[in-house]
Design a protein around this ligand. Sequence first.
Ligand code: ASP
Length: 435
Amino acid sequence: MIKVAKFGGSSLATSEQFKKIKDIIFKDKTRSVIVVSAPGKKDDSDHKITDLLYLIYAHIKYGVDCTKIFNIIKERYLEIKNNLGLKTAIEEEFLALEKSFSKTMSEEFLVSRGEYFCAKLMAEYLNYDFVDAKDIVFFNYEGKIDEQKTTDAVKKLFLISKKIVVPGFYGAYPDGSIHLFSRGGSDVTGAVLAKFTAATIYENWTDVSGFLVADPKIVDNPKKIREISYEELRELSYMGANVLHEDTIFPVQELDIPINIKNTNRPDEEGTVISSKCQDASQIITGITGKKLYESITIIKKPKASKIQVIQNVLDILEKYNINIEHIPSSIDTFSLIIERTSLAKQKYEIIAEIKKNDNVQDVIVDNDIALIAIVGRNMATKPGISAKIFSIFGQNDINIKVIAQASQELSIIIGVANNQFEKAIKAVYDCLIV
Ligand code: ASP
């Protein structure tokens, strides 16, 4: 039985945090594959090592001295090393790294050192084997995981060692050079290793005891989500909830490996379980989230024109400009495209001009003040009356609904309101539907 345990940056910020991790791991010896991020912030005034490494790269590139920043990084690791009485010769590696600083060096390599040094120290501290991610996580040149090569490497490694610490966030291209996942990508390393070691569970240790039903900056003291399905989590993270890296789900979902979100500072608290086998039916709504700053482009076609042809023409234009459409609510002679403002950017007027060129288009109307709220819950399916409740609570709170979308799976209801009604709407839905 193998448990993969990934620890995030705040869990690794100091030597004190390392001690907590050791206690956690030694309480359950099946926690045998450990994935670490780079040390994160100790407190709000502190910096993440990864951010500092990106900063160093920028200094090197523009020929600005980065000694001070590099010293801050070194001190962070030496605090951990010295307070835990470790021997790993990271000083020599720091020196070699500093000597290699040059305008032509790989940014990905430099930034990956954040997790690399952290894993080296953690491996010694736990007396586990250090395994460099470049020797176990492989990418093809498109930046996708090379499944075969990664499986083979894991199998081979497990013949020699069963207790390992692996740095998260990076792996190797076919030529051996370092490639990073996108930011927050140690979550993905954990998921990939859970898949290729066929782990029984993927524990993701962070500084909160699981996910909350709504953003605590909007709702006072929101409840915790105990169980959530893979699909619900994807909906929530896509629609703005700050949860796991969005590529975390696929590798574990394939083998139905549950993810347990746990708190390094309160290890006894239950956390949130993400799986395909959610039992809890006590809440109709699992989570409420959303994002501001969407725009809607409504196309009014001429009454006699074919709607399909107009839609097709408009979609071709958007494809040409590489624009992602969130939703397409429609009525008999109109349909709207809901698009994130940032993705429309400067091309907006060009796109509208092209749409208007179509003789079958009567008019195009733009509404640039839309926030989308996503109400997500597997338990909503087939239960009548949920949207009625939501609409009446919006009415009572004087919130005008601009857009409504629900997919047939009934996993989520998406509602568009004006940006300045966003917080009020989320609070209203929470108060009405969360018991
Ligand atoms: N250290 C990287 C970051 O800050 C990766 C991670 O922590 O998952 O994005």
